[in-house]
Write a protein that binds this ligand. Structure first.
Ligand code: ASP
Length: 331
């Protein structure tokens, strides 16, 4: 008997076409049409599909992701061997990471998309969906949480990022490389499944109350102060180098932490992550750590924001928050 595969569609370029000249690509394809566009799927599995939403990925909300999570859980509980979600590439790494934090099943949950619209010359939409399906069905993909598959490469959700706005090989895991590849429809992982931290409870529906801001040159601290004044009680600063800010910003952050704000600093460099014990000046990783700022390690700022959102949503605070955050910063 054929295995069961579930495909859930959330929109993105993989589901976009340009039905009207000069208007630009729009989400037009539902899950049934996406599946119909890849007749090779029928040889792999009996396919169930659902249209969860049809959005450009910058407009995906946490509630959309939670809907996808609920649907995916239901699918595996109902016998699916694996689940594929199709999604816009712009924020795909964030949805995949959020799902990875919450995914509490051994079955593979694979997120894919396309860099070229479904009706563009040389579109990668069908190839990516087929590679994602092969991955979701592979025995070796079990126990690896949420995976990202594009361009015949498999990436861990915590490591992957979109590195190009246009290239077919836009998705990469800087500093690590892909976790696996698909060759002639065979799925090969470079190493056995790494241990995964325990899944976290889904956050309550609603907006993300963790602000994210970059630390640029000549930053006088006004932006972080404005965020705190606007009522953000938690923020992530995507710091330079090993996790650094200007002295002015560092002093604002130190004051905020002493007043009870939760602050994390990540590294905007994409490889290497934050340090711990290299620099000691005001604004350095040692200074920030010393005043109670959390350091995001190898997690990007945008993923650190989601991790904080989930932990704070679960009511984790104080030393337990620092511990739970630190546990997930080595990816
Ligand atoms: N703008 C599109 C989106 O993220 C890009 C894509 O899907 O590749 O929805």
């Amino acid at each position: 008997m054929q295995p069961l595969l579930s495909v859930g569609a959330l929109g993105g370029t993989i589901a976009m076409t340009s039905p009207v000249p000069d208007v630009g690509a729009l989400p037009t394809l539902d899950a049934a049409e996406l599946v119909r566009g890849v007749p090779q799927l029928a040889a792999l599995a009996a396919v169930r599909h659902a249209s969860i939403c049809a959005k450009p990925s910058a407009s995906i909300t946490v509630d959309d992701v939670l809907n996808a999570l609920r649907w995916a859980r239901g699918q595996v509980d109902d016998g699916a061997r694996g689940v594929v979600l199709t999604h816009g590439t712009d924020t795909l790494e964030e949805t995949a990471y959020l799902l990875d934090l919450l995914w509490d099943r051994p079955e593979a949950l694979v997120v894919t998309g396309a860099m070229r619209p479904a009706d563009a010359p040389g579109t990668d939409a069908p190839a990516n969906l087929l590679a994602a399906a092969n991955t979701a069905l592979a025995a070796d993909a079990r126990g690896r949480g949420a995976l990202v598959v594009l361009n015949d490469e498999i990436h861990l959700a915590a490591r992957v990022t979109k590195t190009s706005s246009t290239a077919l090989d836009a998705f990469a895991s800087p500093g690590f490389g892909p976790a696996g590849r698909i060759l002639e429809q065979q799925v090969r992982f470079a190493a056995p499944a790494p241990p995964r931290p325990a899944p976290l409870p889904p956050p309550p529906p609603g907006p993300v109350d963790v602000a994210l801001v970059e630390a640029p040159l000549a930053d006088d601290g006004r932006v972080v102060r404005a965020l705190l004044d606007a009522g953000f009680g938690a923020l992530v600063v995507d710091g330079s180098g090993l996790g650094h800010t200007s002295a002015a910003t560092a002093e604002v952050l130190a004051g905020a932490v002493s007043q009870g704000a939760v602050v994390a600093v990540s590294s905007r460099t994409t490889r290497g992550g934050t340090g711990r014990v290299t620099y000691g000046y005001v604004g350095s990783e040692m200074y920030l750590r010393g005043v109670g700022v959390l350091l995001a390690g190898e997690l990007s700022g945008r993923k650190a924001r989601l991790l904080l959102h989930v932990l704070l949503g679960a009511g984790v605070a104080g030393e337990r928050l620092a511990q739970a955050f630190a546990e997930r910063t080595r990816v």
